[in-house]
Design a binder for this molecule. Structure first.
Ligand code: GDP
Ligand code: MG
Length: 441
């Protein structure tokens, strides 16, 4: 069922609530899963605590166990935590030539990722990219990038032996401007561990290059070490994002969660192999499933929820077909419309709604109007809502006064209700209502 109707049925799906014990038991398993996925202890503890609070008292979907339900809640919370602002795959590279600084420890995958990213920017975004290796420490490091450049058809800055990294960065900038490049990528040297000399070198490069993006490339299999590396680089250099490499390995990707939780920096890409196109935009959903290692439970719960929604929809549809569309139903629609941002959201929500929305727009119906209509319905008694045809002049007066509005507006509302009701009855006969509602699921 589409999100559109989701809200309408939310209230109806509540069967029972998760008790504190249910949650505690299930979360014990989850904590183990997190630790096994290499999420650091403080992060796992904090995360589980947050979920505990959120999950207790939440509704349990019929046909799944409370434990399964908790796993689903955990999954959703994981996704929320892993999701950064904006699209991870979109780099700030307007104003050519835009410098991208690649930093990280030795062997993390900087050079490989530089080339993968250059290929992606060239092929997908049509950018002209220049790559430069600033690695003066490791023998043949510059040639490594050059060879990759030839392989993927991306230019590299000519190698000049004996230059300092700062001098290479300056030359790359000049070359990028003169050559009309959109982007130039600076692939820095790494060390086996963080030391002052390395940081000072990267700092000096950063200061001359003024990078638009500084991407930290870390081995996703190194877990907690990756997080410490990220903290250090962010403190000294300031990073704008993280690339997790070796996510094609057996690791469960817990580093991603710790990384987000500890540094707050967005994960932009994941490396999935040694090949040049083994780089993907970071997808929180996929990593969450992997961290939890309980993907089957998550989809089971989702399915169960869908089934219930479908059952509810079916029941509602049967009533609509018989013309039993009352004020409570209309109220739900109006609430939903408000939630969806007014008339726009109503499009396609119910049969005939498109036409109505257009009419309404013509008649100047907006959020204020929706709120007035809801107020009118609220002012009705239970009996009146269930059977609006009983409304006579005196009742109308009372209802309008209760909402602080005029009878004229109540009459408009009633007319709208009648039109919708008729439309559904008509469509119900031809089987069109069923089709229309199927389209929403
Ligand atoms: P650098 O020292 O940070 O520049 O690291 P390199 O780019 O030279 O990569 C070191 C090794 O890791 C190379 O053999 C790469 O092929 C490999 N590598 C890099 N990224 C990935 C990845 O996402 N998956 C796998 N399996 N290997 C990778
Ligand atoms: Mg390298």
């Amino acid at each position: 069922l589409s999100e559109r109707l989701g809200g309408v049925f939310e209230r109806l799906t509540k069967q029972g609530a998760l008790s504190e014990d249910d949650v505690k038991t299930a979360l014990r398993e989850v904590r183990v899963a997190l630790l096994e996925a290499d999420v650091s202890l403080p992060v796992a503890r904090d995360f589980v605590g947050r979920v505990q609070e959120k999950a207790t008292g939440q509704a349990v979907t019929k046909s799944v166990t409370p434990g399964q339900q908790v796993v689903k809640i955990v999954h959703d919370e994981l996704v929320a935590t892993l999701t950064g602002e904006g699209d991870p795959g979109t780099l700030k590279i307007d104003n050519p030539p835009a410098p991208i600084l690649m930093v990280g420890l030795q062997g993390g995958g900087k050079t490989t990722t530089t080339a993968k990213l250059a290929k992606r920017l060239t092929e997908r975004e049509g950018k002209r990219v220049l790559m430069a290796s600033l690695d003066v420490n490791r023998p043949a490091a510059m040639e490594q990038l050059q060879i990759l450049g030839v392989q993927i058809g991306v230019d590299t800055l000519p190698i000049v032996k004996g230059e300092t990294p700062v001098a290479i960065a300056k030359r790359a900038k000049t070359q990028a401007s003169l050559g009309g490049y959109d982007v130039y990528m600076l692939d820095t040297a790494g060390r086996l561990s963080i030391d002052d000399e390395l940081m000072a070198q990267v700092e000096a490069v950063r200061d001359v290059a003024n990078p638009r993006e500084t991407l930290l490339v870390v081995d996703g299999l190194t877990g907690q070490d990756a997080v410490t590396t990220a903290e250090n680089f962010d403190e000294r250099i300031g990073i704008t994002g993280v690339v997790l490499t070796r996510m094609d390995g057996d690791g469960r990707g817990g580093a991603a969660l710790s990384m987000r939780a500890v540094t707050g920096k967005p994960i932009r890409f994941v490396g999935l192999g040694e090949k040049m196109d083994a780089l993907e935009t970071f997808e929180p959903d996929r990593i969450a499933g992997r961290i939890l290692g309980m993907g089957d439970i998550v989809s089971l719960v989702e399915k169960a929820q869908e089934t219930i929604e479908a059952e509810q929809a079916e029941r509602m549809m049967k009533r609509f077909q018989k013309g039993q569309f009352n004020m409570n139903d209309l109220r739900m629609q109006l609430d939903q419309m408000l939630k969806m941002g007014g008339m726009e959201g109503m499009m396609g929500m119910l049969p005939g709604a498109k036409k109505m929305a257009a009419q309404a727009q013509g008649a100047g119906i907006d959020d204020k109007m929706l709120k007035r209509q809801i107020a009118l319905i609220q002012s009705m008694t239970k009996k009146e809502r269930a059977a609006p045809q009983i409304l006579q002049a005196s009742r109308k007066k009372r209802i309008a006064a209760g909402a602080g509005l005029e009878v004229r507006e109540l009459n408009q509302l009633l007319k709208m209700h009648r039109q919708m009701s008729d439309m559904m009855k008509k469509m119900g006969k031809g089987g069109m209502l069923k089709q229309a509602m199927k389209g929403m699921m």
